[in-house]
Ligand binder design. Structure first.
Ligand SMILES: C[S@@+](CC[C@H](N)C(=O)[O-])C[C@H]1O[C@@H](n2cnc3c(N)ncnc32)[C@H](O)[C@@H]1O
Length: 215
């Protein structure tokens, strides 16, 4: 695994990961973490859980990964790991109990829309049975539609149930709930994309898909 600590990329062995994991009750995985603020908040609020955050682009994780690796007095969090990796080729993690994919774009967006069953299966494979997932879709990807959304119209709670749930089911993901998030809930996620959403009360900007994974 490639661990990001500031501008440095360090090899992190499977054994080192297992050793770290053994110190915690559970693992939370944030795929496509961007600047990594969301997992930082999750790790700070859940010291008994190991939080692993990864992104295909390591540059935006530099600042927060340096902070997470610092001494606790300087904001360091021993239960937080930033990795340089893609959703297509996940590092050999296992036993993930909670999976987050927030405001995906690019191939990650295509994947969570079910266009790439291998990606959904790959994410399911690192989870333990019954793991929970949260996928938060930035609906501005449909306003106007970016190429990654393909032929899919902007999803709604009903339409996601209709066309996404069966695709998810094929990959071991059970979609239990799909709802629009209130602006306060989006803010609570600490995703950096809130600021860019230009949220307005008369339009819902984020659709949250939640459920469980049984690989
Ligand atoms: C819009 S940003 C959202 C970042 C963060 N989740 C947030 O909400 O602030 C989407 C992120 O997904 C990452 N991404 C896109 N495709 C990916 C893939 N296949 N594997 C891993 N990361 C990917 C991008 O590099 C980018 O950082």
């Amino acid at each position: 695994m490639r661990r990001v600590v500031g501008k440095r990329v360090q090899e992190f062995s499977d054994a080192e990961f297992e050793q770290l994991r053994s110190q915690y009750d559970d693992v939370v995985l944030d795929v496509g973490t961007g600047d990594g603020k969301h997992p930082y908040k999750v790790a700070r609020q859940n010291p008994s859980r190991l939080v692993v955050a990864l992104d295909a682009d390591k540059s935006r994780m530099e600042k927060i990964s340096a902070k997470a690796a610092a001494k606790p007095a300087k904001g360091g969090l021993p239960n937080l790991l930033y990795l340089w990796a893609t959703a297509e080729r996940l590092p050999p993690l296992s036993g993930v109990g909670e999976l987050h994919v927030l405001m995906p774009w690019g191939s990650l967006l295509r994947g969570v829309l079910g266009s790439s069953p291998e990606m959904l299966r790959g994410m399911a494979a690192v989870c333990r049975p019954g793991a929970s997932f949260l996928v938060a879709l930035n609906l501005h990807a449909w306003r106007p539609p970016v190429p990654e959304v393909g032929e899919h119209p902007e999803p709604t709670p009903d339409s996601a149930d209709e066309w996404l749930a069966p695709r998810y089911a094929e990959a071991g993901w059970k979609l239990a709930d799909c709802r629009y998030l209130e602006p306060e809930e989006v803010a609570g996620l600490e995703t950096s994309w809130t600021r860019r959403l230009h949220s307005s009360r008369d339009r819902f900007d984020v659709l949250a898909l939640t459920g469980t994974i049984s690989p």
